[in-house]
Design a protein around this ligand. Structure first.
Ligand code: IVH
Length: 694
């Protein structure tokens, strides 16, 4: 049993400090996420959150379910329970043509009597519809729409959405019970980033932001949800008890943000239906500029009494209609699948489509990502397929019309040899990878661009177009040739004069002594991004060591390196052409500089006692870490002890700590404590620990 110290007088001060911090952070969350108007810097905000987390970890009794620190996800669940909604979550009738909207208006007028009707028009958000329940301003439950009457209880997952307040703003008029309806969204940029990460880890990707939002909310592990870039917009009160009473929908939309509930900013009060039709036209233009998906406009009657008069049909109300945009999905024929070889050597199957206009853009190619994606779709060459375009997102093949097959369709598979350089193709996860590395001609241009890029060797002035020109003109055939370039050769290029040629050559020269980690990153080893390059640089003393000492065992000892990444690194260095290239770079005078890893004395003066079995580190490692970070380790607890770190089955030391009022922290909290003091993220601290320990 874990003993926590009793609350004394001073703890009441701490309690009020914690409350004050929570209040302050909630207010900044509101200003940042709901109002999009932050008043402090990210660093300051992080500092407040860190302070709160630290206090909550030292005083676990003062933890609260609605603390702003509780947006990180909870333990995984086996499944979701079904909950009943406070009111039916209806769906909407939809229309595609203007004439249908005028008919809707006429119908409303016929039922309510003549005279212009006031409407509210809003974007039809293309996400996942949810019900969120607040009791006395406190978030208690959230569920998916389900069948409209009952949905899945996804409370833990919804809690992780940054723009969803766990406590409403304390202003007059908050109902004792409030069930609101909103749409969980994923931004288009967030969606792109997520898919890229999933692809890099060989995991299945999402076809569009809506599926990504829905998939993220329906995760059994809310920590995964917490890592997804989700947002929420509210657009309706489903049910309320007590609090301010409303007579119009516009008034509701203006009040929800005051309570802390984010409403989409593109809303319009319309004096008559023409305004709503104009709004639809404007939003159709605006659509491509938004970083989230909308698929139409919802037109709703403003007057809530009139709404009641009109009533609802079985599943949709008579007082609202969805005026949809032309779909950005079309059917076309997949004529062939070609293979593209990217910088990292990934063989990407690309669909060649019979050109089709999808929402004003002609689409003739779409990435099929990898073999898993092809298998999941079950697509064959010659199939009729659905092509979708989301915002500016690259078009995707999302469906196969199997019933329309003629029998002439052909299966597709990726080859065993790279179609460009004939190197062996290695399958890693869902990916097929050309083992040719940066010596594969198809990867050449991309790899030179990567080598010269800002975060790699940072060769000023050597951008995409220039690399293409240098390769096309035959001036360079590898990154090694960059170092052989003479100003005279460059002068022959159009647009290059004496000065610009000299400038480029000296920028290339300057890149010879970049830090070791940048050099590793510049090599473009698959799955080795900037962070892993830093980790490798810290674990190998030089290029020579990297070339000679890289073994599976050695790599697997490094915390951040999993078996897949280790294999990529080994494959890279097993390729003679890559080794030759590195040796040639060295011969050209490329000597990356090794930077010392600065280890701060972050635990200076702190005394630690350990009890119980640790699971992430051995006792020895944890104790070493404390010592190397400037702290001291004792075997017995006394009043001078700062922290007792407890693992599984802790001994009597924990009880003694409780009696003496010494802070007791779990293994995770121990790792976090170091992180908080250091102010970096957990991977950084593991890396620091690893650096210290080994
Ligand atoms: S109002 C009864 N407003 O569109 C009216 N719905 O079938 C309730 N949606 O799944 C819905 N944006 O979740 C409303 N601004 C908006 C909306 C919206 C998206 C979704 C809704 C539902 C679907 C309509």
């Amino acid at each position: 049993m874990i003993c926590y110290k009793d609350l004394h007088m001073t703890d009441l001060d701490i309690q009020s400090k914690i409350e004050k911090l929570r209040e302050e952070i909630r207010n900044h969350n509101f200003l940042y996420y709901t109002k999009s108007n932050p008043i402090i810097s990210d660093e300051k905000y992080d500092g407040l959150l860190r302070e709160l987390k630290e206090l909550e970890s030292r005083y676990p009794l003062l933890m609260s379910a609605d603390s702003p620190t509780q947006k990180v996800g909870a333990a995984p669940v086996k499944g979701f329970i079904t909950v009943e909604h406070a009111a039916a979550m209806l769906s909407l009738d939809s229309a595609l043509a203007e004439v249908e909207i005028r008919e809707f208006d006429k119908r409303v007028k016929r039922l309510l009597g003549d005279g212009d009707i006031e409407y509210v028009a809003e974007p039809k958000l293309d996400g996942l519809s949810v019900e969120i329940v607040y009791e006395n301003g406190r978030f208690v439950r959230g569920s998916t729409r389900g069948d409209g009457y009952r949905g899945e209880d996804v409370t833990q997952n919804l809690k992780t959405i940054k723009s969803l307040p766990l406590l409403l703003q304390k202003i007059d008029g908050i109902p004792q019970f409030l069930a609101v309806r909103g749409e969980v969204m994923m931004s288009i940029t967030g969606f792109d980033r997520l898919n890229k990460n999933l692809a890099q880890n060989g995991q299945a990707m999402f076809a569009n932001p809506r599926n990504a939002a829905s998939g993220s909310i329906r995760q059994l592990d809310s920590k995964i949800t917490a890592s997804r870039p989700l947002d929420i917009f509210f657009y309706d009160i489903l049910f309320q008890q007590g609090g301010r009473q409303f007579s119009g929908h516009w008034e509701i939309l203006k009040t929800l943000p005051q309570w802390g509930l984010k409403v989409n900013p593109n809303i319009k009060k319309c004096d008559h239906i023409e305004d709503a039709i104009d709004f639809h036209k404007n939003m159709a233009d605006e659509r491509d500029r938004l970083d989230y998906e909308i698929d139409g406009v919802v037109i709703k009657l403003n007057d809530l009494v009139a709404r009641r008069q009109l009533g609802t049909k079985s599943r949709s109300p008579r007082w609202a209609i969805a005026y949809k945009f032309e779909p950005r999905r079309e059917k076309t024929k997949l004529e062939d699948i070609v293979i593209q070889v990217g910088r990292t050597g990934a063989l990407t199957p690309v669909a060649l489509l019979r050109p089709v206009d999808v929402g004003g853009v002609t689409i003739s190619r779409a990435s099929l990502h990898n073999m898993d994606y092809i298998c999941k779709l079950g697509v064959k060459i010659g199939d009729k397929v659905r092509v979708e375009r989301a915002g500016d997102v690259i078009p995707a093949v999302t469906r196969v019309y199997k019933k329309e097959r003629t029998g002439d369709e052909k299966d597709f598979s990726l080859p065993d040899k790279c179609p460009v350089c004939n190197s062996v193709v290695i399958k890693t996860g869902a990916y097929h990878l050309c083992s040719g590395g940066i010596s594969c001609p198809a990867q050449l241009k991309e790899s030179i661009k990567h080598y010269a890029s800002k975060n790699a060797m940072d060769i000023d002035g050597l951008g995409t177009k220039l690399v293409d020109r240098l390769v096309d003109e035959g001036l360079i055939g590898s990154v090694v040739d960059l170092y052989k370039l003479k100003p005279e050769q460059l002068k022959s290029l159009e647009g290059f004069a004496e000065k610009s040629s000299q400038k480029l050559v000296s920028a290339i020269e300057k890149s010879k002594n970049r830090p070791f980690n940048r050099f590793i990153y510049a090599l473009g080893i698959k799955n080795v991004g900037r962070h892993l390059a830093e980790v490798l640089a810290a674990n190998f003393s030089s290029i020579d060591a990297l070339l000679k000492e890289t073994s599976k065992d050695k790599l697997m000892q490094i915390n951040e390196v999993g078996p897949e990444v280790a294999q990529c690194i080994l494959d890279f260095f097993a390729n003679d052409r890559n080794l030759e290239l590195i040796n040639k770079l060295i011969a050209q005078g490329v000597v990356p500089e090794k930077e010392d890893v600065a280890i701060e004395n972050i635990l200076a003066g702190k005394r630690f006692v350990f009890t119980g079995t640790l699971t992430k580190l051995t006792r020895m490692q944890a104790q070493d870490a404390v010592k190397k970070l400037g702290g001291r380790v004792a075997s017995a607890v006394s009043a001078a002890t700062d922290y007792v770190v407890f693992g599984d089955n802790p001994g009597s030391k924990l009880a003694k700590a409780g009696k003496l009022g010494v802070s007791t922290i779990s293994e995770d909290e121990f790792l976090n404590l170091i992180r908080w003091i250091k102010g970096s993220d957990i991977t950084d601290i593991r890396y620091t620990l690893k650096t210290i320990i080994y």
